[in-house]
Design a protein around this ligand. Structure first.
Ligand SMILES: NC(=O)C1=CN([C@@H]2O[C@H](COP(=O)(O)OP(=O)(O)OC[C@H]3O[C@@H](n4cnc5c(N)ncnc54)[C@H](O)[C@@H]3O)[C@@H](O)[C@H]2O)C=CC1
Ligand SMILES: CC(C)CC(=O)C(=O)O
Ligand SMILES: [Mg+2]
Length: 365
């Protein structure tokens, strides 16, 4: 029997609620599709800091390394915002090093609008209906989140972050951009700030040098401030957007809202390590730990469920199960089931667990 190991890292805030729903559905899919799934849970983020004094304990990292894939909820929250030293805060001390240690440089964030949610988008329906389908390819292990020096002067009066990119890092993420565009509408928009930043000028130079290797892909360049505006003016002009770490972080939250809610957007973070079914990866919703709605059974679990579908496809090679899960999510939306974040005024809403149940009931495999 096909057999896989998946590490579950629920984390903080709504993380445990949405990962809990996804773990149940993954177990159900494994049973229906006839493969064995060994799912082991490990602490990360503020929850791990409280218990072990570190947001990324060694045994958590070890579990991820011996797994075929990792499913993560989210980390962080006000309780840990002032942890000292700052390097022990959940975001900086757990999430960033986890991605770096696992070599996950390519973050894929697909923003697809279900026709059932056209009215939930923050844009007028005519701007987004009939197929809004954008893929943000974000560089994930370089740039300003990682560059050195970083820190605060001893007297607290000055702070420094550094943005560094090497030609190697830029080339490997642009390759992901070109290759994924090839499998889609063959349009690649490279987003940078080349009118100001040296790293962006190098980025643009590398993109132009690589373009002749992909004559079938139309490469365009766009400055990030313009891109932020174009995403709300005419989002359907985009197919694949490839960009550096911080720009991709920001633009993908913006793209999420076009699909109705941040609670809808999944992600896959991939590197070069092969698994028996595909490529090792970390899968997480694009949203954070949403502390104000945590523990209330109102968070939307669909971003995490769609991340679980990406996990099945990219890391386990279980395409049939992935498609069955995506179809079940779409069916639940078409049937009018809504968590509060995607409901229109006066539309009835259901909770996190109930949405999980509704998706499970619609799985046909
Ligand atoms: N990957 C991760 O672990 C991330 C962690 N964070 C952390 O999360 C904490 C909160 O950050 P925020 O900026 O508030 O971003 P957030 O993404 O947690 O929340 C932004 C807004 O979206 C709503 N929201 C998010 N996910 C939702 C869902 N599934 N269903 C319904 N509504 C949802 C929240 O209630 C809030 O109004 C911070 O500590 C931040 O550092 C933020 C982003 C990513
Ligand atoms: C710690 C942050 C970089 C997390 C985040 O906002 C993201 O990856 O989208
Ligand atoms: Mg983000």
């Amino acid at each position: 029997m096909r057999s896989y190991k998946v590490a579950l890292l629920p984390g903080d805030g709504i993380g445990p609620e949405v990962v809990g729903v996804a773990a149940e559905i993954l177990a159900y899919l494994a049973e229906r599709a006839g493969f064995a799934l060994e799912m082991k849970e490990a602490p990360i983020g503020g929850a791990a800091y409280d218990k072990y004094g570190h947001p990324l304990p060694e045994h958590t990292l070890a579990l991820c390394k011996e797994s075929d894939a990792v499913l993560l909820g989210a980390v962080g929250g006000p309780k840990w915002d002032t942890v000292q030293p700052p390097s022990l805060r959940p975001e900086v001390g757990a999430l960033l090093p986890l991605r770096k240690e696992l070599g996950l440089y390519a973050n894929l964030r697909p923003a697809r609008l279900s026709s059932a949610l056209a009215s939930a988008s923050s844009l007028k329906a005519e701007l987004v209906q009939d197929g809004l389908d954008i893929l943000v390819v974000r560089e994930l292990t370089g740039g300003i989140y990682f560059g050195q020096p970083k820190g605060r002067d001893a007297d607290g009066s000055r702070a420094v972050d550094t943005c560094v990119y090497t030609r190697f890092e830029i080339e490997r993420i642009l390759r992901v951009g070109f290759e994924t565009a090839r499998g889609r509408k063959r349009k690649l928009c490279s987003v940078d700030k080349a009118n100001v930043l040296e790293t962006s000028r190098l980025w643009r130079e590398v993109a132009d040098q690589m373009a002749p290797q992909y004559p079938d892909v139309e490469l365009t360049h766009m400055l990030v401030d313009n891109c932020a505006m174009q995403l709300v003016r005419d989002p359907r002009q985009f197919d694949v957007i490839v960009t550096e770490n911080m720009f991709g972080d920001i633009l993908s939250d913006e793209a999420a809202m076009l699909t109705g809610s941040l609670g809808m957007l999944p992600s896959a973070s991939l590197g070069d390590r092969h698994t028996q079914g595909g490529t090792f990866g970390l899968y997480e919703p694009v949203h954070g730990s949403a502390p104000t709605i945590a523990g209330k059974n109102i968070a939307n679990p669909l971003a995490t469920l769609l991340s679980a579908a990406m996990l099945l496809r990219y890391s386990l090679g279980e395409n049939e199960a992935a498609e069955a899960l995506e179809r079940a999510v779409e069916k639940a939306l078409q049937d009018g089931l809504r968590t509060a974040d995607i409901a229109a005024a006066h539309q009835p809403t259901i909770g996190t667990k109930e949405m999980g149940q509704a998706v499970r009931e619609r799985i046909e495999i």
